[in-house]
Ligand binder design. Sequence first.
Ligand code: SF4
Length: 902
Amino acid sequence: METRATCPYCGVGCGVIIQHDGQRVIDVRGDPAHPANFGRLCTKGATLHLTTRPETRLLHPELRVARDAPRARAGWSEALAHAATKFADVIRRDGPGAVGFYLSGQLLTEDYYVFNKLAKGFIGTHNLDTNSRLCMSSAVTAYKQTLGADAPPCAYEDFDHTDCLLIAGANPAYAHPVAFRRIEAAKAARPDMKIIVVDPRRTDTAACADLHLAILPGTDVWLFNALLHVMLWEGYVNRPWVRQHTEGFEALRDAVRDVTPSVAAGICGVAEADIVQAAHWWGQARAPLSLWCMGLNQSHHGTHNGTALIALSLAVGKIGQPGCGPFSLTGQPNAMGGREVGGLANLLPAHRELANPRHREEVAAFWGVREISATPGLTAVELFEAVRAGQVRALWIACTNPAHSMPQQALIREALGKCEFVAVQEAYANTETAAFADLLLPARTWAEKEGTVTNSERRISRVEAAVAGPGETRADWRIACDFAHALGAALGREAEARRLFPYEDTAAIFAEHAASTRGRDLDITGLSHARLVADGPQQWPFPAGATHGTPRLYADGVFATANGRARFVVPVTTLTAETTDARFPLRLTTGRLRDQWHGMSRTGKSARLYAHADEACIDLAAPDCERRGLRDGELVRVSSRRGSIVLRVRTSAEIRPGQAFVAMHWGRNVLSSSGINELTLNHVDPDSRQPELKHLAVQVEKVELPHQALLMRSAVEADTANGLALERAAALEPWLCRFDHATLSLAGRDHAVLVLRIAHATPLPDAWLAELDALMGLQGEHCLAYTDARRAVSKKALVEEGLLTGLRLTGETAAAGWLTELMTGRAPTDAVRRWLFAPLAQPPVERASRGRIVCNCKDVSENEIRAAVAAGADLAELQRTLQCGTSCGSCVPEIKRLIGNA
Ligand code: SF4
């Protein structure tokens, strides 16, 4: 059987076709009819079916009735009644402002709608914010300040028409790969098209650019102002259009008068000539298009990063036409849908503003409630600070993992630990946040849920459920409705709750949401679930009577502001929230890996997705490693003004000296610390309230942790190996924080291998090793053991049916490399059996090391590509002989880089 849905990862919003037997998901492929991807998927989307294993799913409600008691299984009625009593007690005692909701851009629009109505329409609190605050809120405020509405004016098809694409603060090659495939195709079809990439790192995206402006972190506004300066000087500004359709230009013109390319070059750390070149390309372009994402948004002046970039489109009057405009990429699959229904602390449904009395009245009338409170809600960082301060006492978290993703994790842990009542609505039992839950409610997830989502280009897709959720899981909107009814009973307002939340299905919720948009900028009164199924995904606005959606906005030069004019904003020219000094001399930026998503609660379930990057690392430039006497693979202590963590160091040619990079995915489930968010700071943009997750000042020092161990475990049969790896990983997660450094990962392809790496300052106690052996299943008649107590060396090897299926190396790990390849490669052990415990750095019989996997779809490694390139192969030859880069294409930029570096 086949069912249409969308990929639950990034904001490209690719359509997928799920193959299933009604009970289990069997496979997934791209939907050829979906306009976001036309059948393409990236490595993450193409492996979705491998992430649906049941081992770590939350299957039943779990309730903790006393603070220090363990959670125990509960029925839904008991669980919801308990939550309702807790919320009602707090609301009666401390008012509605003492409860809060923290939601997710991964919820479906219908889920969001119900939660928003529950908080703002029924309880009377605007303390409802989401992880979209960490992702897109600066783009939202930038659009609203300049164009008047939170509406990206572009479409993906603009990639096919632009002749100058300026990508700033985004790495779509990794984070939005299917969109990047379209950019690559456009460039291949029209080689004269210019691509300019603004990024401190030489990412795979930057490597494909005609011009890479590797600016210093935080200097984006200076660069954009300098581009405008050159455009003014060279006469590229479309003054008649600016006069007719905008306001505020003179103030910005005056502000950039002294921002010459020379001045900006000094501040941004790039060549003056490159700034001038970029301005010429942009100014002369027939269809200039800008693209941005987290690199601009996650800044303490993220709004002004966006307004300064948008100003470049307004200055040339190129917006609303094919190939033109400022286009923000959405990080999450449905951050747009969440904003449409008002799912942020400052919003009301259909892009209405909480601060606007008329909007509050409209929403109160629409929902049939007495009033909408005028008291502002708390945004993400403020919400958790209020929890920490004891002002918010009951918190409901759905479909997100703030104990991983919020900045300054020590404060978040303190807040969650103190909170009087924490309910967590989750698909997975083992997220970092689940550990803090007084109540865990099992939610359905991808392939089990149905509703709608909106992607980066305002395109609404219908998502259908392929299989039933396991155990007692319920859809998120259903849980929200059930809780609303229970809370109504607890507050003595049951009839009102049943009137406000009467929904039997998501179609009814969507219909109400659509009705709320009548006459608004995002009017979708012409859409319904049935129409989306019949006619396919549609871009809003789509008012009643429309026959098709709207690919581009503002083509008539009339904007969503009160007077119809777009606005130029004079941006602040501060740099980063935190400066470097002698103690913290390195500028660290954060970002994404190609094959992982957010906190890895889903992608972390597939061994294949660790093949490209299997461990948390900090990237440093070679001179910074040399200065510190560091070699690749050594452990370092990374410290900021808020704490320190231990990571493995990797020399990278992608970053400049004085900078560092850490991916944001790794957290306490796979690492002995909370990862980089232990060190980030919670300084927010004053307009968008988005924290500066992208930049911090750090020091990196070598750390000596001489007592190392490697434990690995697989099984002979694939299904046993995969299932046991996840079960064992869940059992080992609480252990990670005992060690000075530890990482947990999966390796292999179809047979998962669980890998635990440990480094500790003192010898690992025998009792710990015995417990770890038991958790890893390193016992029994097939388990060989070797101990040299004098040298504190002990080793174990499990050999089943001629295969190495378990291993522990303690005190002597020289052979870790080839033994890992032996195990993940499932090679027979006969020839090497007597060497299993030898301290050999190289395999005793010749065996080519594969190294890191570059092409995940075709399982082609870096070493295999390097060898072929050394023999003279170009991209076409590599694709013909090794097949690498011939499926999803996510690895093509990296293959090109390997060819270029050869
Ligand atoms: Fe999913 Fe990849 Fe498409 Fe993003 S680009 S929606 S992660 S398949």
